[in-house]
Ligand binder design. Structure first.
Ligand code: FAD
Ligand code: SF4
Length: 508
């Protein structure tokens, strides 16, 4: 047999299951840079640069090991078309790869294998704690699929933050309540900056190429300091554990102008490219907890993101695709406002979150969920347009993680499949969790009229439209109880003002 191992751009791991049983004397490896993949989503320049630079560095690591590698550079064809050409030219009989993190690509590779009568060995992605089968088994006979129960199972299965009897460390599974503090009124004070990596020669070459070839794409390359090698990724991990984990938990949800990274780990892209393994990230957090005598709430909060959310959304993605990409529970149809691509809006919170996204390709979880995501839901934007935006603009965006977070969590597009309630909030939430409203021309407490906060207006409008749904759910009933306190006259004014916002959505 003539075996070819395909390594995709987000599978940059020398321990990858694709390479198990690999024999450098007879087997071959292929990596493909495809412009089609960058154009398929209207990618942020930094996202394209990150993929290309990390791929080229990984290719170098393979070459250093003297592995026989074909590296297709800057192809203008699709990945599968390049693969087809190579398979035919080299008379390959066996194709080996790890399951792609994108359903479309998985289907395309399977179709290619059938077309060319190739023996396809698509292997499980062992990077993750939870195999697809384990997730499927967990979902069996469950009426509701909720993170909390899945997360407890993961904690117990892997003995993470549990005692010998399987009880949670500190007597509770979840310290979420301790992890929702805003920054102090006078500001976040001094935050240890995250690790940053000056572009080396190879990265500079990529930056120049991307700047030229993708000049019309959104986003900036000027602040590109992401980890592009395993060495960088380990340094970034170490740095976070030493200096930044301590305040991660408490300020996890906090926002402040010109504070793009807060105390967050900035490890998502390294994890998603598989430069880091989630096991080593969790191990490092446990070591740091003891070494620096950190609060359990911060360590648990961090571990929950990785052992809980990250694994949960991946399980949901494979469970619900391809349906998930079509889901539109509320049947929202409005186009995404153009200013999502420029940050050119008068809403200070949206301007800041979008602005830093275009600058760095990064925004933290609450900015994605409760600022840009919340607005998109309240403004009734078509889910697939919102998902395309998230997939394009974040350096850590890969469909298996982006889509469930956007469609499932932020937009409630899959109905109650992921969560027990839609995540909607008015300007009051943003006022509580940030300083954005101080510099905004809108007022978070005003519900209609010229100075009304559009998020507040659209929030009440949303509740009025979905009153029955919110009333029926014990977790949202308080919201409609507050709505009932607003006079009928004011409710009419809110609905009218919401219509005006929708009509002039490009100008708000
Ligand atoms: P931290 O806050 O430091 O968290 C630590 C790690 O936990 C992250 O690196 C990440 O690997 C993991 N994590 C945290 N939250 C989640 C989550 N909800 N789902 C999966 N993993 C999580 N994350 C992506 O990696 N790619 C995406 O494309 C993506 N799109 C999102 C879209 C929306 C609408 C929302 C609400 C969230 C999205 N997330 C996505 C999840 C989360 O916002 C990012 O993982 C996080 O902001 C990355 O920054 P960080 O590394 O500093 O994370
Ligand atoms: Fe955002 Fe409204 Fe506050 Fe302005 S007033 S920053 S739009 S929440």
């Amino acid at each position: 047999p003539k075996k070819l191992i395909l390594i995709l751009g987000d599978q940059l791991d020398l321990q990858s299951s694709a390479l198990s049983g690999f024999d450098a004397k007879v087997d071959q490896i292929i990596m493909i840079e495809s412009a089609h993949e960058a154009n398929y989503v209207w990618s942020h320049k930094a996202r394209i640069a990150l993929f290309l630079s990390a791929m080229r560095h990984f290719a170098k690591a393979l070459e250093d090991l003297k592995y026989p590698l074909t590296y297709v550079k800057e192809s203008t064809e699709s990945l599968v078309d390049e693969l087809r050409k190579h398979v035919l030219k080299k008379k390959i009989t066996h194709l080996i790869c790890v399951e792609p993190g994108e359903w479309r690509l998985k289907q395309a590779i399977e179709t290619l294998a059938t077309d060319l009568d190739l023996s396809l060995d698509m292997r499980e992605d062992e990077h993750f704690f939870c195999s697809r089968q384990t997730f499927l088994d967990w979902t069996a006979n469950k009426k509701e699929l909720r993170l909390e129960y899945f997360y407890r199972l993961m904690r117990k299965t892997y003995g993470i933050l549990v005692d010998a009897e399987g009880n949670p460390e500190g007597g509770q599974w979840n310290f979420d309540r301790d992890n929702r503090k805003p920054y102090p009124k006078k500001g976040p004070g001094i935050i240890e900056p995250p690790a940053a990596f000056e572009p080396d020669e190879l990265t500079q070459e990529v930056l120049a190429y991307v700047g030229k070839t993708y000049h019309s794409h959104p986003g900036s390359l000027e602040h590109f300091q992401w980890a592009v090698t395993r060495k960088h990724a380990l340094e970034a991990l170490h740095y976070f554990m030493e200096y930044r984990l301590r305040n991660f938990g408490i300020y996890e949800d906090a926002m402040w102008t010109e504070t793009p990274f807060g105390w967050h780990s900035m490890l998502s892209s390294a994890l998603n490219l598989k430069l880091l393994n989630p096991r080593e990230v969790i191990d490092a957090a446990l070591v740091s907890w003891k070494k620096h005598d950190l609060d359990l709430s911060t360590v648990e909060g961090f571990i929950r993101q990785i052992l809980g959310w990250r694994e949960f959304v991946r399980g949901m993605y494979y469970l619900d695709m391809p349906q998930m990409a079509q889901d539109n529970y509320y049947r929202h149809e409005r186009a995404l406002p153009k200013w999502y691509w420029t940050g050119n809006t008068k809403m200070a919170c949206m301007k800041d979150a979008i602005g830093q996204t275009l600058k760095y390709g990064y925004a933290h979880h609450i900015q994605r969920l409760m600022v840009t995501g919340n607005f998109a839901l309240l403004a009734e934007i078509l889910p697939s347009e919102v998902c395309d935006w998230y997939l394009a603009v974040y350096i850590d965006a890969i469909e298996w993680v982006e889509l469930p977070n956007t469609a499932g969590m932020a937009l409630f597009a899959s109905g109650g499949r992921f969560t027990s309630k839609p995540y909607v909030a008015s300007g009051a939430y943003i006022k509580r969790m940030s300083n954005y409203c101080n510099s905004c021309q809108y007022k978070p407490d005003i519900r209609f009229g010229e100075t009304a906060c559009p998020i507040t207006t659209l929030y009440w409008n949303f509740l009025m439209k979905h009153r029955t749904q919110f009333d029926a759910n014990p977790r949202t009933r308080l919201m409609t109880a507050n709505l009932n306190k607003i006079s009928a006259e004011d409710q009419t004014a809110i609905a009218l003002h919401a219509q005006a916002i929708f009509q002039h959505i490009e100008e708000i």
